[in-house]
Ligand binder design. Structure first.
Ligand SMILES: [Zn+2]
Length: 327
């Protein structure tokens, strides 16, 4: 629990997703002291979502027996392109937001300084500071979830690119003429290895009459399928699921090789819900494939690791962002 000091010693991280909002209160040393969770209800529009974020933040502060004035700053990750200088969400397809002044609106509600970044950038920051102690010169974090994104850290700082959209690794084309992606292109990494892609491949295999234990576990409609169900099926010897996950891991390995050829980062960290559930089935394949595809001599000493932060990567990174801006 937090101590009774009234100093501004605490940081707040918020992870704004398409379906849920997570908020966490952190100490200066990035220990999570308390958290809260709320559904996003994006269909109610941005102003209502901001009210829900404010409630979620207030709940997390209350959970820690703190007062809002003890929070030094709030770092928030939004699922889309963001302008960190103005705190505007430029484009967030999952929320259906365009040019929304998130920083301004949230500061109005909370009366605390707010800093906005892209969600994958923020997750990468969280992994970099909390798991790696901020030590590597450079790191790329790749997050395999509903979609796929990355955050790039060069010389200890986030690299966001000319239009602030760097790290859109999910739309790197890995299979020319491959499956259609949500972005309109074909054969994107995200269309081959994201949760949506993996579940889609399993569903069409079942429609084609292929056998999987998942239908015994979840019924023929594969209702409420989760990444953890895939792990259970593989443990029970499900060859179909094993093959689909192995292929997703191979594509991830090829993406990692491309990243290593392009940026030569000291560390590549893989995270996100799909990897959290299937690390034992994916990580070794990812590392081996990356080795096979990276140009000779580019790989020496580079580490490829799985993040252990899971769902906490976003809120932890938010706290890091707030810490970096309020020193
Ligand atoms: Zn795409």
């Amino acid at each position: 629990m937090a101590d009774a000091s009234k100093d501004k010693d605490y940081l707040m991280g918020v992870d704004l997703g398409g379906t849920k909002i997570l908020a966490g209160v952190f100490s200066e040393k990035l220990e999570c002291l308390g958290r809260s969770k709320k559904s996003t209800k994006a269909q109610r529009g941005p102003d209502k979502v901001v009210e829900r974020i404010a409630t979620c933040v207030a709940d997390a502060i209350d959970e820690c027996d703190l007062e809002p004035k003890q929070i030094r700053g709030i770092g928030i990750g939004a699922p889309g392109a963001c302008d960190p200088e103005t705190g505007t969400v430029l484009f967030a397809p999952n929320l259906v937001w365009k040019h929304y002044p998130l920083k301004k609106e949230l500061e109005k509600q909370l009366g605390l300084p707010v800093f906005v970044e892209n969600d994958c950038n923020i997750q990468a920051l969280g992994v970099f500071e909390k798991e790696l102690g901020g030590k590597p010169k450079s790191m790329v974090g790749i997050f395999l979830g509903t979609g796929i994104g990355a955050g790039i850290i060069l010389d200890g700082k986030l690299y966001s690119g000319f239009n602030r959209t760097a790290g859109e690794i999910g739309h790197m084309v890995l299979q020319v003429g491959g499956p259609k992606c949500g972005c309109g292109n074909k054969g994107c990494f995200e269309a081959l290895a994201s949760r949506i892609a993996i579940f889609g491949m399993i569903e069409s295999a079942v429609e084609d009459g292929q056998k999987t234990l998942l239908t015994d576990m979840l019924g023929n409609g594969l209702d409420d399928m989760r990444s953890g169900d895939l792990r259970k099926a593989i443990r029970k010897g499900d060859k179909l699921v094993e093959k689909i996950i192995e292929e997703a891991a191979e594509y991830t390995g090829i993406a990692v090789a491309n990243v290593i050829n392009l940026l030569n980062p000291q560390v590549v960290v893989i995270g996100g819900g799909v990897l959290d559930a299937l690390e034992d089935d994916m990580l070794a394949v990812i590392v081996e494939t990356a080795h096979d595809y990276a140009m000779a001599g580019t790989f020496d000493g580079i580490e490829i690791l799985a993040s252990k932060l899971g769902d906490d990567a976003g809120i932890t990174g938010g706290a890091v962002l707030a810490k970096r801006h309020t020193k």
